[in-house]
Ligand binder design. Structure first.
Ligand code: GRF
Length: 187
């Protein structure tokens, strides 16, 4: 199997990045992680890149041409797919178009419900019975691209923001890799 090259965008802790790195070691997993991009130089997730000798790029999103710099770097690694794994910045329409290949995102709710931030709080306030996570393609609208897969669980009476986050993130770590396997299953 010829693996595709993936680039993972992060902003923070990097639990999704960590599980993607682990799964990518399996020779049947369809992608290798060739580059990590972070908009936060202090992101804990960068430690996973360093520990695993994966090249990483810290970008300054306050700079005018930062997307062009990122795209130029991505080109060097012949990247076929960008995975947004807890990347907290919005990617421009222009970036999506210029990259021209797959970009996927993981979101901690059952989309189309609860797009955007503070999902756990909103899930609880809305008295939802179930919640979970969604992996979807990225388009120009926030958290709105075609859904690749979702994983869900029933909310218990004593769940709070912290337990919901914990349960959701455990599911996310499986969902992201499964979504990538699904994408490349037939090509
Ligand atoms: C995840 O819950 C993801 O859904 C959200 O940000 C979180 C990132 O977690 N977009 P991590 O950095 O992968 O640990």
């Amino acid at each position: 199997m010829v693996k595709k090259n993936a680039c993972i965008f992060i902003s923070g802790y990097g639990s999704n990045l960590k599980s993607l790195i682990q799964n990518s070691r399996n020779h049947n997993f369809p992608v290798n992680i060739k580059l990590v991009v972070s908009d936060n130089k202090n992101a804990n997730g960068l430690l996973h890149a360093k520990k695993n000798s994966i090249p990483y790029l810290v970008i300054n999103t306050k700079k005018k041409n930062h997307e062009i710099t990122t795209l130029n770097n991505i080109k060097k690694y012949n990247i076929s797919i960008i995975c947004l794994a807890g990347y907290m910045k919005i990617i421009s329409k222009k970036f999506i178009k210029s990259f021209g290949k797959k970009i996927i995102n993981i979101h901690p709710s059952l989309l189309p419900k609860f797009k955007g931030l503070n999902t756990y709080k909103r899930v609880l306030t809305n008295n939802e019975k179930k919640t979970g996570c969604t992996v979807h393609f990225v388009n120009e609208k926030l958290d709105s691209g075609k859904i690749i897969l979702q994983k869900s669980f029933f909310i218990k009476k004593n769940d709070d923001i912290y337990t919901l986050k914990n349960k959701t993130q455990k599911l996310e770590q499986r969902a992201f890799s499964e979504a990538i396997i699904n994408i490349y299953r037939y090509n």
